[in-house]
Ligand binder design. Structure first.
Ligand code: PMP
Length: 441
């Protein structure tokens, strides 16, 4: 078959996916793959969900697209109402886009415009964290702290500096309590603000549970509260990027609800459309919207497909399923079972250093030496071998290598559909175990 499409990998032809069936994807040879990572934490309802399909057919029969420069739609308005009702305190405006990078990009531009509108034009810097990913467009890439992604595109458009990722497995000192570590990690923000000059900083960006770049590393208790206080003290906006960890993945519709923190802005995507439509959203506190509305009256941003009725209809149907089937409590239950199964399988494994996460968002970090936590040599590309072995065995998981500086080890992220059954948890762990054993051999 001719193959004119190019994606990330230029190394050869990928299998052709032809169907989805619950937690499984099926290729053109009939092989079934358990979708243990939803691609990248996208397919929270699994594939071919009947309710979402019916909702999309209905929406298509009514209206597919009307440009947001002229119209709103019932589907988009309904979605915004539902997101605001479920969001942390103070969030009351929604900006609908088509994915995660667009949402982060919009957040950075809105933060900049907000400070222009309120007469603090010198605030332009962003502080984020090492080992973070916030998207691939130039602004979002600048926010991310993943050196190998940034390096070839430097100098980047948004001036960003990076602090501790709040990664207790690697950074907590012997004898230091979790709480003390959380505060020490958060206090790096204050030191960085003072170093840069508070009047020049506009936003701090972080994922409550770090996904792709670290493998489901949750903020330790108290960390985000201290971050919130520091942002308030210096008049800096707190942007929580929940593109991967949001929309129920951790067992709460917004991950930060578990941390008891209300950010100024939240970005969501992936699970919002659950793979049925491309959609993302930026949610903001009223004070930010009001400053624009009562100032220039126009947010200097926009995309053709924002607020797309089909995308909004898909997201509404996803929310129907989450609410109607009590999926948040199911995520917590099945997440605990997945955690227990991972610990039973890998708890004593000589090369598994850490097992972590929240809900159905779990990570396993591999190390050469459990005592010293020394990562494997990145040149071994252990993560890539695990991914290939798992795929061969019919399991899709999301492995990533250590960072370029070799600080952290190869890790595997699991983000299965919320509908995962007990027997499928065993299937995932067994296949993953075989893939790791094969890669280490
Ligand atoms: N932020 C985070 C935390 C992400 O994990 C991602 C995607 N992996 C993005 C932003 C970018 O989202 P998208 O790929 O939809 O542009």
């Amino acid at each position: 078959m001719p193959n004119h499409i190019f994606g990330r990998s230029t190394k050869g032809q990928l299998p052709t996916a032809v169907a989805g069936d619950g937690c499984y994807l099926i290729d053109s040879s009939g092989k079934r793959y358990f979708d243990g990572s939803g691609g990248a934490a996208v397919s929270c309802l699994g594939h071919s969900n009947a309710h979402v399909r019916a909702a999309l057919h209905d929406q298509l029969d009514q209206l597919a697209f009307a440009h947001t420069g002229f119209f709103t739609s019932d589907a988009a308005e309904k979605l915004a109402d539902r997101l605001v009702a479920a969001a942390p305190e103070g969030i009351d405006r929604v900006y609908l886009v088509s994915g995660g990078s667009e949402a982060v990009e919009a957040a950075l531009k809105l933060a900049r415009q907000y400070f222009m509108e309120i007469g603090q034009p010198e605030r332009h810097r962003v502080i984020a964290r090492r080992q973070s990913y916030h998207g691939n467009t130039l602004g979002a890439l600048a926010a991310g702290g993943n050196e190998w992604r940034r390096a070839q595109f430097a100098p980047l458009l948004v001036e960003t500096s990076h602090i501790s990722p709040c990664y207790e497995y690697r950074e907590r000192r012997d004898g230091e309590s979790l709480e003390d570590y959380g505060l020490r990690s958060a206090n790096e923000l204050e030191a960085e603000i003072l170093r840069l000059g508070p009047e020049s900083v506009m936003a701090f960006v972080a994922e409550p549970v770090v996904g792709a770049t670290a493998g489901a590393v949750p903020a330790v208790a108290g960390y985000l509260k201290r971050i919130r206080d520091i942002c308030d003290q210096y008049g800096i906006l707190l942007l929580l990027d929940e593109v991967m960890c949001g929309m129920g993945r951790t067992g709460h519709l917004f991950a930060c609800l578990e941390d008891g923190v209300a950010p100024d802005m939240i970005t969501i995507a992936k699970g919002l459309g659950a793979g049925y439509q491309p959609i993302g959203a930026l949610l903001v506190q009223g004070k930010i919207y009001d400053a624009v509305a009562s100032g220039s009256g126009f947010f200097q941003h926009g995309h053709t497909y924002m607020g797309h009725a089909m995308a909004a209809a898909a997201a509404n149907a996803v929310l129907d399923e989450i609410e109607g089937n009590n999926l948040l409590s199911r995520v917590r239950e099945q997440g605990d079972k997945l955690d227990a199964a991972l610990r039973a399988e890998f708890g004593q494994h000589p090369h598994v250093g850490d097992i972590r996460g929240r809900g159905l968002f779990r990570g396993v970090e591999l190390v050469e030496d459990r005592e010293t936590k020394k990562p494997f040599d990145p040149a071994r590309k252990l993560h890539a071998k695990i991914k290939a072995n798992a795929f061969e065995a019919g399991l899709i998981c999301y492995p990533m290598g250590g960072t370029i500086d070799g600080v952290n080890g190869d890790h595997i992220l699991l983000a299965p559909p919320f509908i995962i059954e007990d027997a499928q948890i065993d299937e995932v762990v067994t296949k993953l175990s075989g893939a790791i054993t094969g890669a280490l051999a």
